[in-house]
Write a protein that binds this ligand. Sequence first.
Ligand code: PEP
Ligand code: MN
Length: 356
Amino acid sequence: MIIMKSEASKEEIASVVKEIKKYGLKADVSRGEYRTVIGLVGDERKIDFSHFATLPGVKEAVMVETPYKLISREYSRRFEEEGERREIPVGNVTIGGDDPVFIAGPCAIESREQLFKIAEGVKKAGAHILRGGIFKPRSSVHSFQGLGSNGREEAEEALKWLYEAGREFEMPVVTEVRGETQIDLVAEYVDIMQIGARNMYDQDLLANVARKQKPVLFKRHFGAGIDEFLSFAEYIAAEGNKDIILCERGILPVGKGKNYTRYTFDVAAVPVLQKETYLPVLADPSHATGRRDLIFNMSCAAIAAGASGLMVETHYNPSEALVDAQQMITPDELKEVIAACRRIHQLVARGPESIG
Ligand code: PEP
Ligand code: MN
C-alpha cells in the first residue's frame, strides 16, 4: 500500500494512481480522517516500491503480506487513528453501528400471504431487516428449490413480494443470489444481496455481485478457514465495494457418530473476524445449529462474542415450512431472543471496558 503524506494534494494522489495503473494493477483509494492510503489490487511483486516512495506526496510505500489487505484492520489503521469500524447504512438501519441488528424471516418464501404474515410478526418482534430465500441452495434436486426455480416470472413475482413486504413493514430486505444469471434481477428489488455458504468460493459470482455496489451479506463456507473466508471477501472489496457484512453460519461437524447439531457453530470466529477486519460480523444460529431449541442460547452466545447482529429464520408456524422447519422459531420466540441479545450487547459487546 502507498501511504500519502497528510498534506498530499489531489493531483499527487491522482498521479500515484496513474502510476499504479501503468503496472497493470488497480488502485483502491481510501481517504481517511488523517490521510489517504492507496491499496494495490493485483500482483504487488510487479511494483518497484522504492520508486513509489520517491513520488511527490508519498510518505511511505509498504508491502502488506496478508491476502485480505483491503478489508484488514491493518490497512484501515493507516488512514483512521483507531482503525475504521465500518458502519453500513441500509435504509433506516445501520449495520455495525452501536446497536445490534436482527435479520429475520422465513428460510424460503412460499407465498405472498406467508411472507407478509411473517414480515408483520418479525417486525413486531423487533427485527430490522427482512430475509426470505427465492433461489434456495438445496442438497437434493427433489426438494423445494424456492420459487425462483419456477422460471423468471415467478422469481420476479416473489422478489416483488419481498420488496413490498419490506416497504410495508419498513424493513430493508435481503435474499440470496445463487448464480450469475440472477444478479441483475435480484439487484432490482433488494437492499442487500446475500452470497450463501456454498458459493463463498465462486469468485466470478462474488465480483459480479460486488459490482452492483449494494451491501453484500457474505456467508462463510462450512469448510472454509477464517483466512480463506476473508481472502474471498477481498474479491468483493477489490471491486471497490467495502459494504461487506460477514456472517458466521457454522462449520462441518467432527466425529463419525451422531451429530447433535447441523453444523458446529464457530463462535470464536466472530471476535477473530472482528479483530482481523473492520467489517461488521453477524452470526446465523439457525443454520449453525439446525435446532430450534438451541437458538436462544446460541444467539446470546454470538452477541456475547461481539457479533453486530444475527440472522434468525422465523416462521409463524415452523412445522409447516417447506424448508428448514426444524430450525425456525416463532416471532414470539424471536422477541425474547432480541430482548436478551440487546441486554447482552450493552453489557459485553464493546469489551471489558464497557462493564461499569
Ligand atoms: C440461507 O441463509 O438461506 C442459507 C441457505 O444459508 P447458508 O448459505 O449459510 O447455508
Ligand atoms: Mn434455511
